[in-house]
Design a protein around this ligand. Structure first.
Ligand code: PEP
Ligand code: MG
Length: 577
């Protein structure tokens, strides 16, 4: 038996034979040709053929309901029309007398290298798309038959790397798991593997051609692959695989079930998302809404500052796609670890304590208003919550609401329909948690950002691996701030959720229920396990032990904009007329 390590992308166990997947290797002639027009015609024909293939893959994925993967092929088809980056450099090479194959290899490689040299991880990962298109072009130019590279038996597929178009062409019924030598956790293969839930290992540097046909076990939990494993490993991991299947089947039974404890306490289980590509994950995992749409990903995924219309399209897609579920969109939380070149932010000594989130938005009102107008326009298409991050002071909330109000008045004057929405803030600084009573007067909901709340309460940089020994995610100070924030919110009819990572910690579910939390927003995969925890909890044991009355008001306000009218001092009466 041999064991090799990699980086896991998806947990789980795959057991079976290995199939080494090898893309064809082409020898490209370096000789110059005289018929330049013929080479350009071959190039154009290949480009059209590959573009048609990418459009067909787009249709196939859309039909299968995989909008996120479909988007990859849509982008590929569009990239093939890019004259500046792809077409012109290839045509220049052919004008010098090089063959179409030579031009594709060198022209596409140069474009891929340009992406790879970019600092932004998103653009870096686009170099793989260009290489994918180069290989597809070469397959067409060489007239290669790429069918059947996967073999005909179910297998663990091992490859140098897999391009998205290769991955999507794979016969899923024959795929037990995936192992690649290259790939990054941002790569499309990783994205596809996650969305398909295949046990997957990337960056396994020891993959070898002679693994082909050998019996193996991919252990995603321990980030390794066993080649010709011993009997005790086979027994142990087969049992784990069986247990996983049983657990998964049980989790599926929880779909459509209420998230309610044995004694009748309900908590909303919402999902955290990064954009429209996550709509399916919300639906597939039966989330009751979205508690945190990190809108900064709309900015991070754009080469330039996204326009109002571009933002509106993204927000509308999510709201419409998930209606009538509530979708809480957090305004742009750029800064600290999330930087963007086009924002031209100055380098700071302490970025986590620096110019980020509402601090940027309130300093750059035109930038902020573009997003608020997009959100307000999108509000007509679903059940929206607008949430402001990194709040420390009451005036910040009032100022954000004031600008939101201005945007609403402008849109209405333009005859644009604005729907109902709720307003909330992130409680992710000790200042906000300690001033929760005052802040609650201004908003419909709080959402506890426990990632930053822990960072700022414990003075532990959340990015630093070397501080791990000092870090305590269950620090009593953080738990106390959470409890006091929930109590303060409830004193003012403001509902309170948790959208930081702590919300998905199964060891704290009862603790949060005991505190009376109204909503937990977690990564979509944690929804069903968390629902299982909630349904297994019996909170009556705490109620009999503790005679202290719950601070939570009864009945709780409905999750509707109209509820704001109940707040005498709130801005909402004015906002909604
Ligand atoms: C948090 O701070 O807990 C949070 C949810 O926001 P982010 O992780 O995006 O900073
Ligand atoms: Mg945060």
């Amino acid at each position: 038996m041999e064991v090799f390590k990699g980086t896991k992308i998806v947990n789980g166990i795959a057991i079976g034979k290995i199939k080494v997947y090898k893309a064809p290797v082409y020898t490209i002639s370096e000789e110059l040709v005289s018929d330049i027009a013929a080479e350009i015609a071959r190039f154009d024909a290949a480009r059209e053929k590959v573009q048609a293939e990418q459009n067909a893959l787009y249709d196939k994925e859309m039909k299968a309901g995989h909008k996120d993967t479909a988007g990859i092929f849509e982008a590929h088809a569009m990239m093939l029309d890019d004259e500046e980056t792809l077409i012109d450099p290839c045509k220049e090479l052919m004008a010098e007398g090089h063959t179409a194959e030579y031009a594709v290899r060198d022209g596409f490689d140069a474009a891929a290298a340009m992406f790879l040299n970019m600092e932004d991880e998103y653009f870096k990962a686009r170099s793989a798309d260009v290489i994918d298109l180069k290989n597809a072009m070469l397959d067409v130019l060489f007239g290669a038959d790429t069918a059947n590279l996967q073999g005909t038996e179910p297998a663990i597929l091992v490859a140098e790397d897999l391009a998205p178009s290769e991955t999507v062409k794979l016969d899923k019924s024959l795929l037990l798991g995936l192992v690649t030598r290259q790939g990054s956790s941002n790569s499309h293969t990783a994205i596809l593997a996650r969305s398909m839930n295949w046990p997957t290992l990337i960056q396994c540097h020891d993959v070898a051609d002679d693994w082909d046909g050998k019996f193996a076990i991919l252990d995603g939990y321990n980030s390794c692959i066993y080649i010709e494993p011993d009997q005790d490993i086979i027994d142990k991991l087969s049992a784990k695989q069986k247990e996983d299947k049983e657990k998964e089947a049980k989790l599926q039974e929880l779909k459509g079930q209420p998230s309610v404890t044995k004694d009748g306490q309900h908590v909303k289980l919402y999902a955290n998302i990064g954009g429209p590509k996550d709509i399916n994950a919300v639906i597939d995992n039966d989330a009751e809404g979205v508690g945190l749409f990190r809108s900064e990903f709309v900015y991070l995924n754009s080469k330039t500052d996204p326009t109002e219309d571009e933002q509106f399209a993204a927000y509308k897609k999510v709201l419409e796609g998930l209606a009538p579920r509530m979708v809480i969109i957090r305004t742009c939380d750029i800064g600290a670890d999330k930087t963007i070149d086009y924002m031209n932010l100055e380098k700071e000594e302490n970025p986590a304590l620096g110019f980020r989130a509402v601090r940027i938005c309130l300093t750059r009102p035109a930038f902020f208003k573009r997003q608020l107008r997009a959100l307000l326009r999108a509000s007509a298409y679903g059940n929206l919550g607008i949430m402001f991050p990194m709040i420390i002071s009451l005036w910040e909330v009032q100022k954000c609401k004031g600008i939101l109000n201005e945007c609403k008045a402008e849109l209405e004057a333009e005859g644009v329909k604005v729907g109902n929405y709720q307003i909330g803030i992130m409680i992710e600084t000790p200042a906000a948690a300690l001033c929760a009573d005052e802040l609650a007067e201004e908003v419909d909901f709080f959402s506890l950002g426990t990632n930053d709340l822990t960072q700022y309460t414990c003075a532990i940089d959340r990015q630093s691996a070397s501080l791990e020994p000092f870090s305590n995610t269950h620090h009593p100070a953080v738990l106390r701030l959470i409890r006091e924030t929930i109590e303060a919110g409830h004193r003012h009819n403001t509902w309170v959720g948790i959208c930081g990572e702590l919300g998905a910690d199964p060891t704290l579910t009862e603790e949060f229920l005991k505190m009376g939390v109204d909503e937990l927003s977690v990564n979509p995969k944690s929804i069903l396990p968390l629902r299982g925890n909630v349904r297994n909890a019996d909170m009556s044991k705490y109620k009999t032990q503790s005679p202290k009355p719950e601070a939570k008001p009864e009945p709780k306000p409905e999750v509707k904009a109209e509820a704001k009218a109940e707040k005498p001092k709130g801005f909402f009466g004015r906002l909604f007329g």
